[in-house]
Design a binder for this molecule. Structure first.
Ligand code: CTP
Ligand code: ZN
Length: 158
């Protein structure tokens, strides 16, 4: 958790924005990069990596983004980077909504196909598209060339 033994917060609560919690440890920076956030924006971003999770002997990352909303496409991106992430929408310090991201059935324009010969990797304006083959373990299939990608493989293609 974010509180240390003296119960002082390592990172403040936020007033308005998004807290992305329960990110697989080590993936916080990937979550930010897939959202296109690099610190050059005018809103405050807090990143916590390898903090203790409620689950015994487990660690997680947390990202807090102030004064920002997330689009459906951005939620889809987060679901592919870290399927168990929870989204907390904060309004005036209160949690207005809390939900777990959900991997969409069709993944359009997010992941690049790993097959270099795939039509979606050619010059033609073909948008990469995958269908969800399995949620757990995560596996997606290219609709053009049938190539499947595992969670680990697609992580580098987002
Ligand atoms: N949070 C925040 N600012 C707020 C409210 C909450 O930054 N104004 C953060 C908390 O610090 C926590 C996350 O949002 O990291 C979720 O808050 P909360 O539901 O209170 O914590 P938990 O009960 O631990 O969440 P969960 O049950 O989802 O594990
Ligand atoms: Zn393909």
């Amino acid at each position: 958790m974010e509180e240390n033994n003296k119960s002082t917060l390592k990172v403040n609560k936020i007033k308005d924005g998004i807290v992305i919690d329960h990110i697989d440890h080590g993936k916080a920076l990937k979550v930010l990069s897939t959202l296109g956030i690099d610190g050059g924006e005018d809103f405050t971003v807090s990143i916590l990596m390898n903090v203790r999770s409620k689950a015994v002997d487990s660690f997680k990352d947390i990202v807090k983004i102030e004064k920002r909303v997330l689009s459906k496409g951005e939620l889809d991106r987060i679901s592919l980077v870290s399927p168990g992430a929870t989204i907390n929408i904060i309004k005036n310090y209160e949690i207005e909504r809390k939900f777990t991201v959900e991997i969409p059935d069709r993944i359009v324009g997010i992941v690049k196909c790993s097959n270099q010969n795939c039509i979606s990797n050619n010059k033609e304006p073909v948008t990469a598209e995958f269908t969800l083959e399995s949620r757990s373990p995560l596996k997606i299939r290219c609709i053009y060339c049938d190539r499947t990608l595992t969670q680990q493989e697609l992580y580098h293609k987002i």
